[in-house]
Design a protein around this ligand. Structure first.
Ligand code: NDP
Length: 496
């Protein structure tokens, strides 16, 4: 395998060495979304690829993990299964006014769902392993570390160490939950354990106001638990559009979740009645389970990177250039371990670009513009492009804000008091749609299509000229005729 390439202006000759000098063209540490994608695509380009991953277990640690990584084993996939499971609770309530006589007592069997979820994750773990072997990628089970610019070492479960040389090394080890250092923190759990609890907790306290906190609050509330959601800010989901954050908070509260804004936990105490979570306002919240959803940190501690001089940022993330290359030319990194945009589809994009650049002779930089994403609360929030606050900060002229708040048709019969909210943010000068948000049923399904429009640079006039699908919630995105407000940009347009 000897393809020519040019990266960052470096002459191809400086980068190319004969692959035959190495055991592998590429050795990947970490078989999650980014690592599996990069290794498969590199192998498809003809590279000889090895990959290592820790032995499989639903709850990760320094020494256990599994092919498929966080997203497949203890993240997006099992979480979405639980969101589906929890959503039936509300759907059953909604069904009554549609004529369903649910007269018998309805029970929720957590253990049954847990088993189904585990079976599905085991199946996916097997599929991911097959994807690797079908692509000709050699999988090693064990902990990988870097021992030189072209050298990796894999410690297998029995303690045996394997050493390999590789022309390129790719680090794709993801992230790990970060816990605040408060007394009694060992009584709390992370999202890993939350996805595999033996019993459904009756009372839950969740610390954090981010993705995981909000999603688990919806999951547990939907399954019948009493949920206290404790977060430091006025609203959950810092970084999202403020108006939409308020909508999510209202919906969580409307569904029966107890919100504790501007609050933190100072201590956890074991009592006969469970765990006492003490807040900085002196409140004592009793719980069977306390979940820390207080962010994740890049998983770099045990990779031996300092020894080879790979630069990390203050958070422990691997510093990379726009091609995902570290300061050591033969070492690259993709996904959450680089702490760029910590989402599975972004890790896939980075892995694909890496493979194309290094083995496909097509220089490819990941494009971070207009990436849509979603919080799978019930109902979900989904966004693409700029929030109103970001638009005001970044636009050169006025920003037009269009909003629509309405009762989704299903609720008119079910009687559920929960509005769907949609929002478009538009550059007044160019008419370009800068951002879209929606909180309501099916928001992620709708936003994926809106993201294509924004990627194509759609204008508000083009949204308006698109015919709606009737009756649907989605049609509101093409029928927002009147401006809700016009906001001046933070930096006024400079005349040319
Ligand atoms: P987030 O970064 O989304 O949120 C972390 C939350 O923890 C914030 O509300 C933060 O508060 C709070 N927090 C941090 N430190 C402390 C502390 N010491 N005391 C009290 N509160 C604290 O992290 P998550 O753990 O929810 O998720 C991790 C990442 O995983 C996400 O950023 C996302 O990239 C990814 N993810 C994506 C999902 C999706 O796409 N649907 C689903 C789940 C995870 P404050 O705002 O005040 O700083």
């Amino acid at each position: 395998m000897a393809r020519k390439m040019l990266i960052d202006g470096e002459p191809a000759a400086a980068l190319e060495e004969e692959a035959t000098d190495f055991d592998f063209d590429l050795f990947v540490i970490g078989a999650g979304s980014g690592g599996v994608r990069a290794s498969r695509f590199s192998a498809n380009f003809g590279a000889k690829v090895g990959i290592c991953e820790l032995p499989y277990h639903p709850i990760s640690s320094e020494t256990i993990g599994g092919v498929g990584g966080t997203c497949v084993i203890r993240g997006c996939v099992p979480k979405k299964i639980l969101v589906y499971g929890a959503s039936f609770g509300g759907d059953l309530e909604d069904a009554r006014n549609y004529g369903w006589e649910l007269s018998e007592k309805i029970d929720f069997n957590w253990k049954k769902l847990l088993q189904k979820k585990t079976d599905e994750i085991n199946r996916l773990n097997g599929i991911y392993k097959r994807l690797l072997s079908n692509a000709g990628v050699k999988l090693f089970e064990g902990e990988g570390k870097v021992v030189g610019p072209h050298e990796v070492e894999v410690t297998q479960v029995d303690g045996t160490k394997l050493s390999y040389s590789a022309k390129h090394i790719l680090i794709a080890t993801g992230g790990r939950a970060h816990l605040p250092d408060i007394p009694g923190k060992e009584l709390g759990i992370t999202s890993d354990e939350a996805l595999s609890l033996e019993e459904l907790p009756k009372r839950v306290v969740i610390l954090g106001g981010g993705y995981i906190a909000v999603e688990f609050a919806s999951i547990w509330q939907g399954m019948g638990s009493t949920v206290n959601l404790v977060f430091r800010k006025e609203l959950p989901l810092r970084g999202f559009d403020d108006e939409m954050r308020a909508v999510v908070a209202r919906n969580l509260e409307g569904r029966g979740i107890n919100l504790h804004p501007r609050t933190n936990l100072t201590q956890l105490i074991k009592t006969e009645d469970g765990i006492k979570a003490v807040t900085d306002h002196g409140e004592e919240l009793m719980a069977d389970v306390v979940l820390f959803a207080t962010g994740r940190v890049p998983n770099t501690k045990r990779l031996n990177l300092e020894a080879v001089g790979v630069e990390l940022d203050s958070n422990g993330a691997i510093k990379v250039n726009e091609y995902s290359r570290t300061n050591i030319p033969s070492i690259w990194a993709v996904g959450d371990v680089t702490d760029r945009m910590n989402l599975t589809p972004v890790a896939l994009m980075e892995g694909t670009c890496f493979a194309k650049t290094v083995f496909g002779a097509q220089e490819s930089k990941p494009d971070y513009s207009n990436i849509p994403y979603a919080v799978f609360s019930i109902p979900p929030l989904s966004v693409v492009g700029l929030s109103e606050e970001q638009a005001i900060e970044q636009a050169n002229g006025d920003v037009l804000v269009f909003t629509s708040t309405f009762n989704p048709m299903k609720n008119t019969i079910s009687g559920r008091q929960e509005k769907t909210v949609m929002k478009l943010v538009v550059d007044a000068e160019t008419d370009k749609v800068l951002g879209a948000s929606m909180c309501g049923p099916d928001a992620p399904e709708i936003m994926q299509g809106i993201a294509v429009a924004l990627k194509c640079g759609a204008t508000k006039a083009q949204f308006d000229s698109t015919v709606g699908i009737h009756p649907s919630s989605a049609e509101e995105f093409v029928t927002m005729r009147s401006v809700t407000r016009t906001v001046a940009a933070a930096k006024p347009r400079t005349s040319l």
